[in-house]
Design a protein around this ligand. Structure first.
Ligand code: NAD
Length: 418
């Protein structure tokens, strides 16, 4: 699979191979379960505000179609490449299967820097991307959602472009939309709330008191900011936060309300006056009880894994820990890892609720959404913890075992089309 050549894709494949060995998966099933079903690459010319024309490259990878439509976010980031998107689509597959959702995984992305584009340029790019994807998406085919660099506004433009093409409103084409056009209560908060819920459960499991815990968060976007807020509500103290531009550290605790006011003005946590500056590298090795990477892949590597000083590593981001770092953490045995496909699954769970509500045109209240979210996370956490203890395997291996095995079983049951 040369076309996916990328360190993140190799990492996802390495994880899969380890788990396939553990499951003693027959060779005849392996490539079929592992590799993506479809990949689209599109060129996206748009008019810029200065009158010039710029061409962007967009991607969508649909990993497998055996459990239902594919589901996954759309990322706007300068480093987006096909192989990275393919890896993210694989992780979405294992995540949806682990949570028992009727989806295969998918992911999309456009190589662009949304911070350097105007709202009108972003709208043109989003509409052009959606237009190019129309033959390959649909509420029963492939459903997108926000990821890094995209948000509710972007989902609204996608939904509108698709609906104009069809000739009537199709809210189920995307999730993570604004409430007014068919979004779900609690979707924006879902991923971070889920991360915090699981961290709270793990502190119970480990006999820690969350109100005495200190927390460091890498990334202060949707996932990082809601995780920090939710953990602060459980009583934890947030001592360090970074984003793509810099970071802040205050051992007495960062005042999140005042930090949010600062971010609303400056679009970054950098420069917040009531704390000292801290870099991303420093944050990852800061002494703390809970470390939450909530930004990019491959942040915890063989270089820093031995130096990490947290008790709980809660993976808000997708793929923040490399397999080499996993091996080091496993050997250390003093860091409890909540693996990404479990830890950040709150987003896709409430996306599923949003899709169901859209298909039925019948909407739920926030309490109902949050109760149902926590119930699914609780079931998955209990199952993964039990398997990890029973087979003496890491939480990541246990989570991947459950997800990958379900996909394998679905493919076996459906058989191979002649
Ligand atoms: P976002 O765009 O809202 O926020 C990303 C944050 O990360 C920003 O604060 C950005 O400045 C920071 N960042 C970017 N590059 C960085 C770097 N090199 N070092 C430090 N910080 C950096 O994105 P998001 O939706 O919060 O997604 C964050 C992660 O969570 C991604 O890995 C994404 O795939 C994953 N995720 C998101 C959701 C969701 O519902 N949004 C669900 C599951 C997983």
């Amino acid at each position: 699979m040369q076309i996916y050549d990328h360190p993140t894709f190799h990492m996802a494949c390495q994880q899969f191979d380890l788990v396939a060995d553990h499951l003693q998966m027959p060779e005849s099933d392996r490539d079929r379960v592992k590799y993506p079903k479809r990949a689209m690459v599109v060129t996206l010319p748009i008019h810029c505000d200065d009158g010039s024309t710029k061409v962007y490259t967009g991607y969508r990878v649909q990993h497998h179609l055996s459990l239902g439509p594919t589901k996954g976010g759309l990322r706007y980031h300068p480093d987006v490449m096909l192989g990275e998107v393919a890896a993210l689509s694989m992780w979405m597959s294992w995540k949806c299967a682990l949570m028992g959702l009727p989806y295969g995984g998918a992911k999309g992305g456009v190589a662009c820097d949304p911070h350097k584009m105007s709202q009108t340029e972003l709208e043109r790019l989003t509409r052009r991307y959606t237009q190019e994807m129309i033959p390959f998406i649909g509420p029963q085919v492939d459903i997108m959602a926000p990821d890094m660099g995209t948000n509710e506004r972007v989902m609204a433009w996608m939904m509108d472009t698709y609906s104009v093409h069809v000739g009537s409103s199709v809210p189920g084409i995307v999730t993570g939309k604004p409430l007014v056009i068919g979004g779900s209560q609690g979707r924006r908060e879902a991923t971070g709330r889920g991360v915090a819920y699981l961290i709270n459960r793990v502190t119970d499991t480990l006999g820690m008191d969350i109100s005495k815990c200190t927390v460091a968060v890498q990334g202060y976007g949707n996932v990082g900011s809601i995780t920090a807020l939710s953990l602060a509500r459980y009583g934890a103290k947030i001592t360090a936060i970074t984003d793509a531009f810099g970071g802040v550290h205050n051992p007495r605790g960062v005042d999140l309300r005042r930090l949010d006011e600062h971010v609303a003005k400056h679009w970054t946590v950098k420069g917040f006056p009531e704390a000292d500056p801290i870099s991303n590298e420093q944050l990852l090795v800061l002494p703390c009880d809970i470390l939450v990477p909530a930004a990019m892949e491959r942040q915890i590597t063989e270089t820093n894994a031995a130096k990490i000083k947290c008790r709980i590593l809660a993976e808000g981001a997708n793929g923040p820990t490399t397999p080499e770092a996993d091996r080091i953490l496993d050997q250390r045995g003093d860091v409890f890892v909540i693996p990404d496909i479990l830890c950040n699954a709150g987003g896709v769970i409430v996306s599923y609720f949003e899709w169901v509500q859209d298909l039925q045109s019948f909407f739920w209240g926030e309490t109902e959404v949050t109760d149902k979210l926590f119930r699914i996370l609780e079931g998955a956490y209990t199952q993964v913890l039990a398997l990890s203890r029973k087979q003496n395997i890491s939480m990541r291996t246990a989570a991947l075992c459950v997800g990958i095995k379900r996909v394998q079983e679905a493919k076996q049951m459906r058989g191979l089309f002649p």
